[in-house]
Design a protein around this ligand. Structure first.
Ligand code: BES
Ligand code: ZN
Ligand code: ZN
Length: 483
């Protein structure tokens, strides 16, 4: 969609339709329309279409960014059913001008997103032009440059999120670790500031990444370690993202029941998010050196599959007793986190659809934020609040740590209790973080929100791009602090 910040009032702008916002259900704002609202039985909730005057009334619940996103998304949903090509709207501004315009774009772009790659009949997207008038809904004054910066930022973040969604939505018959590597190489090809290196199984062997390799053993598709980097000249910190890239998780020999296997194409969501983040970081010209390390493999069954009872020696030298081959993400991440620490990060963030327990605990809308540095977790949580993603800090404790002890190795890959699975998985990863990086590390379990089976808000069916906006919000807050 094309967003144009204009110099004219809404009245003077030429467009197929006009957006009219209703705040606090106060219809009195539109004085001359009382009779129309009565006729339509419209009380200020949801949307109301006035076809004769080509206006769409939309409820704006508050000026919170999420409500701004929702209002524009709801407008798009109604108008996209018509043959409307252009729409005009007043400016809608909450606390921050840039973030408000960013929210406007996200509302439109996310409502318009659809994965229709495999549909014979594709719905044409007609609404292409959004004209924004400088008239602000509540009479606020603001600078045009902030508005334009918001529109640009919104487009970059929405594109990166939808880019991640496309990767996750792709199907396991074609989307293999090799395909992920190809996507990463293409990302670097399209953006001269991003570099990409792809490492094959021989490299993993040489690097003694035996935990990663074990997960791959029964797969017909070879694994790949993908390393994307973005190094701006004005870099202030080195931030490394590590993403779980299970292009399919059948559970391995600890096979998943049929119902639970469905949607496991989405087990590559952490890697997809790490790709989206580096794409946006480069386009936003963030002043940080950024690396995205993706551990790409399938977890399959076969005669050569790794087994419950195996003991694996990881790249960090920590031995792991395999008690369940379905707890494979932590094995891949253990070796990828080891590789990532060699880059000497100032901040190390891993993202993974790691545990069903996190979904049980926090629900389908919220990611778990874990780590050992409480102030880093708090800062991250604070920054995330306006991002449009939900996060919740889960706290470790020493008793939980007892649950991943093994009788025969340094560590067990599952907790010995039925409870606390998200945290024991987080604590498993913590064992692979060297002392000097403990305070710099964050673990995000995105298993809940990564894949949407019941659409909510402006989030459509399928992948959500979880992690992308969450981490970008933190990086942008960090950039503001560094200024
Ligand atoms: N990929 C799954 C976790 C998952 C579950 C993601 C549901 C998204 C939705 C992960 O590899 C897994 O299977 N974890 C196991 C761990 C257990 C065996 C300790 C789980 O959560 O059941
Ligand atoms: Zn699994
Ligand atoms: Zn998994």
């Amino acid at each position: 969609m094309n967003y144009e910040f204009c110099s004219k009032n809404t009245k003077e702008l030429e467009a197929d339709f006009e957006l009219c916002f209703v705040q606090d259900k106060k219809l009195s704002t539109y004085k001359g329309d009382k009779g129309f609202f009565e006729l339509m039985n419209y009380k200020g909730e949801g949307t109301c279409l006035d076809a004769s005057k080509k206006r769409l009334f939309i409820e704006l619940k508050s000026l919170a960014y999420e409500d701004i996103r929702l209002a524009f998304a709801n407008a798009y949903k109604v108008l996209s059913k018509l043959n409307v090509k252009s729409v005009k709207t007043p400016s809608v501004i909450g606390d921050c001008v840039v973030t408000s315009f960013c929210a406007l774009v996200q509302g439109f772009e996310f409502a318009a997103y659809e994965f229709d790659q495999y549909k014979g009949e594709k719905k044409p997207k007609k609404l292409a032009k959004i004209l924004i008038s400088p008239q602000e809904l509540n009479g606020k004054k603001f600078s045009i440059s902030d508005a334009n910066l918001g529109l640009k930022t919104g487009q970059i973040i929405s594109n990166a999120t939808n880019f991640a969604k496309n990767i996750v939505n792709e199907i396991p018959n074609t989307y293999t670790p090799l395909k992920m590597a190809e996507d990463a190489l293409n990302l670097a090809k399209a953006d001269k500031n991003i570099k990409c290196k792809v490492y094959d199984e021989r490299f993993l062997e040489k690097e003694k990444m035996n935990a990663f390799l074990a997960v791959n053993r029964a797969s017909q598709h070879p694994p790949r370690l993908i390393h994307l980097s973005y190094k701006p000249k004005n870099s202030k910190q080195c931030v490394v993202f590590v993403g779980k890239g299970l292009t399919y998780d059948s559970g391995g020999l600890s096979l998943k029941p049929a119902d639970y296997m469905l949607t496991m194409k989405a087990d590559k969501s952490g890697a997809a998010a790490a790709m989206g983040i580096i794409k946006a970081a480069s386009e936003l010209e963030l002043p940080f050196e950024i690396h995205s390390i993706l551990g790409a493999t399938e977890n399959m069954i076969g005669g050569n599959a790794f087994k419950p009872d195996d003991v694996l020696i990881s790249r960090e030298g920590v031995s792991i007793e395999v008690r369940n081959t379905d707890a494979e993400g932590r094995l891949v991440l253990a070796d990828c986190l080891s590789y990532a620490q060699d880059l000497k990060p100032d901040l190390l963030i891993d993202m993974a659809t790691l545990t069903g327990a996190c979904v049980v605990g926090l629900g389908e809308y919220t990611s778990g934020i874990m780590g050992v540095n409480e102030s880093l977790q708090n800062d991250f949580y604070e920054a995330s609040k306006t991002s449009g993603e939900y996060g919740c800090i889960l706290h470790f404790n020493p008793y939980l740590k007892e649950l991943i002890k093994s009788n025969i190795a340094d560590l067990s890959n599952t907790g010995s209790s039925r409870y606390g699975g998200a945290l024991t998985a987080g604590l498993f990863l913590e064992r692979f973080i060297r002392k000097e990086f403990k305070d710099k590390w964050l673990h995000l379990d995105i298993a809940g929100p990564a894949y949407v089976e019941k659409p909510w808000g402006y989030t459509s069916f399928g992948a959500s791009g979880a992690g992308v906006r969450l981490c970008l919000a933190y990086l942008m807050s960090l950039a503001r602090k560094e200024k």
